[in-house]
Write a protein that binds this ligand. Structure first.
Ligand SMILES: [Fe+2]
Length: 331
């Protein structure tokens, strides 16, 4: 893990002298064991009647059916080119309770990188990030393409992408449903603060905001909001990182101000107008599966993400990183 306390400065942007404390609390040994037990089950499935190397059973079957459909409609080339054309999306969120010192904080949000054996894939994301002037980078999970097997490409890909990220107030990550715990240590060695039901506090000019991250709900059921957010005083600004939109209720109950997630890929293959056919997010309405949304007093953003699963294709749903500027709204 990153040092428990560090004071960092930057020449421009929001004020200098920001102090980061955390992450806290200690990781839960019980949740850590539970995650690893689920990972073991994924590595040793009961049945494996079709395996394309990255998906098994119906997932792999769908892969071939969708691939055939795209080929027959002549859309394969365009869909593949779309998947290899990441863009930067710029957003602004205003909050009455954002401390004045943090007005203008820029957050680079990346998700679902799903590092693939595709020439130039990680390098394109690296170059996109290198052109962005952000204060903080957050990554909301799914670095491995398959949800089983080795994580080598997820580790190598992250090393490449981090070459382009120079956010002075850190890079914070969580795990998704495709990730193995084995990436946590190498990512931390690369300077990423992995938040496993943990939080950090950023302090500047006597004011502070919190960044908390939970482990994956979708496949692992290892999110623990009480652990991640339980010590945060009510009414303070909380940036919540979760892999999927499936935990918005718990986040709202724990006082999250802005909820950032991915997982759905925005649908990946969408109808014209960006209407997702599938969003793979159980227990939440389709409206939270893509783009900007509001849930009670909590604002949220579900990114299309940067990578793909099944086929390396996208239609009406471009891959994206987001540059999010936080603003203080005066009453
Ligand atoms: Fe996911």
């Amino acid at each position: 893990m990153s040092p428990l306390e560090s004071t960092l400065t930057r020449a421009s942007g929001i004020g200098s002298g920001l102090t980061i404390r955390g992450p806290v609390p200690e990781r839960s040994a019980e949740l850590w064991r539970r995650r690893q037990a689920h990972e073991y089950e994924l590595e040793h499935p009961r049945w494996d009647w079709l395996n394309d190397g990255e998906q098994r059973n119906w997932g792999a079957f769908t892969h071939y059916v969708v691939g055939a459909g795209l080929w027959m409609t002549g859309l394969s080339g365009r869909a593949r080119a779309n998947a290899n054309s990441p863009r930067l999306r710029e957003l602004e969120f205003a909050f009455g309770h954002l401390p004045a010192s943090f007005d203008g904080l820029r957050v680079l949000h990346m998700s679902d990188l799903h590092f693939i054996r595709e020439p130039g894939f990680a390098e394109r994301i690296r170059d996109l990030a290198a052109a962005v002037d952000a204060d903080v980078c957050v990554m909301t999970g799914d670095y491995r393409r398959a949800d089983f097997g080795p994580s080598d490409r997820a580790i190598q890909g992250m090393a490449t992408v981090l070459e382009g990220i120079e956010t002075p107030y850190g890079v914070y990550g969580i795990l998704g449903n495709h990730d193995s715990h084995v990436v946590v240590e190498p990512y931390e060695a690369m300077g990423v603060t992995m938040l496993m039901n943990q939080r950090v506090v950023l302090e500047l000019e006597g004011e502070r905001i919190w960044i908390a991250g939970v482990d994956d709900r979708h496949a692992y059921g290892c999110d623990d909001f009480e652990r991640a957010c339980g010590g945060i005083p009510s009414g303070e600004f909380l940036l919540m990182l979760a892999h999927s939109p499936e935990t918005i209720r718990e986040a709202a109950q724990h006082g999250a101000s802005l909820y950032l997630c991915g997982h759905s890929h925005g649908g990946q293959i969408c109808l014209p107008g960006g209407w997702p056919i599938l969003h793979n997010s159980r227990s939440v309405s389709r409206r939270y599966a893509r783009g900007v949304w509001t849930y009670g007093n909590m604002r949220g953003f579900t990114t299309n993400g940067l990578g793909t699963t099944s086929l390396h294709v996208r239609l009406n749903c471009p891959p994206e990183a987001a540059l999010i500027t936080l603003r203080r709204r005066n009453a």
